[in-house]
Design a protein around this ligand. Sequence first.
Ligand code: FAD
Length: 427
Amino acid sequence: MSDAAVQKADVIVIGGGAAGFFAALSAKEANPTAHVVILEATNHTLAKVKISGGGRCNVTHACFDPAALVASYPRAHKTLRHLFTQFGPAQTMEWFQSRGVRLKTEVDGRLFPVTDDSQTIIDCLQRERIQLGVALRTGERVQNMIPTASGFSLETESMAGSTRWQAKAVIVATGGSGGGYKLLEGLGLLMVSPAPSLFTFKVDDADLHALQGVSVQHVVGTLIPKEGKPIIQEGPLLVTHWGLSGPCILRLSAWGARLLHEQQYQAQLRLNWWPELTQDAIREWLLATKQEHPKQQAVNQSPPAIPKRLWEYLLTTHGKQANYQPSTLWGDMPNKALNLLAEALVRWPIAVSGKGVFKEEFVTAGGVATAGLNLKTYEAKALPGLFVVGEAVDVDGITGGFNFQHAWTSGWIAGQSVLKTPSHVKG
Ligand SMILES: Cc1cc2nc3c(=O)[nH]c(=O)nc-3n(C[C@H](O)[C@H](O)[C@H](O)COP(=O)(O)OP(=O)(O)OC[C@H]3O[C@@H](n4cnc5c(N)ncnc54)[C@H](O)[C@@H]3O)c2cc1C
């Protein structure tokens, strides 16, 4: 390839997702005269922003204490604390609001544009890109990248053929789906193998499947690994036609992502269906109900926290071992059975047989190890001038806007640092 065919840039950002856009905008803002280019493999930028949050884009979470915020990132959480101090949810809100995007906070702390439309976020990022003069090339996949004396040489593939690029610095924002792994292989970066996070649990129980659509406002789930410590998370739970979903399950999947991956998604789960009460208090409730409603069928008096259809399922399943039926009158329920039921309600055993195949808010754990990055800048320790941001880094959060927050945080910090780190100040 002749020199004339070589395209030059000061900063190349690989990947036009949330983290790549933010990194490019931040780099251009910090270096207005620099030529900053985003190279995006597909014909669509910000595709995940578009589908995120059910099409509404959960931009961030109203959690303004970095120490509390890090608790929502199962991996590498300690290292993130000071990064969120530099650019956290408050700065994200300020960034979008000062560019005309009005945001609203929902009762659970999630932030969305008031339009309830992810296109509002996309339009804002695109407007900003055009205003600042960040170049964008779509349909151009980076195939390989090698360090050179003056920075990096990249080869891209598009409909028009291949192109060689030279850049002083590169920001890798290829997301979690593996695009970046091949690219970074052989460059000496410390990598953590990918594993899915934020998934639903498959349970082989047709009677449970029949309850699809039933939800419980608050359960506590305990995942019991074959080895190691149990993982405990709580929140709403939803029964689906293949098993269990809802925030409690997604949180368990996030904290247990590595472990479940190693165990081929076979695990024991214990659910506390009524965590507001202790086991003793539940037993008291059952005994009091027996006294007050002796002539009523057990199925017709359900605990306030448990939907009636679920109550019937619980009585049917438990009654098979404890010798009663949902239609048994409260007055005929032996006290021993009620004691066992109280115990079962706080420690309900469920065998998880696999990972749900339907994507919820799916992210990837793994990627470039935080230990291999300078976490003041997101620059690779092994390769000065190369930065890695967003989901390509081994950082992932639970649902609620935390994954985008890390995309904004890492993109902003890398963009501010990109031409200012020691490897570049010399020219
Ligand atoms: C259905 C769904 C809903 C979600 N909803 C939310 C939500 O509401 N809130 C939240 O916080 N998180 C949400 N997430 C997670 C969030 O979308 C991601 O964590 C976030 O988009 C990661 O941003 P990123 O820029 O790092 O990666 P991505 O958005 O994946 O972008 C990476 C980009 O790099 C490109 N690329 C890859 N390889 C190459 C290459 N070799 N050359 C050029 N380009 C390349 C890809 O085509 C892609 O456009 C959701 C995820 C899913 C799947």
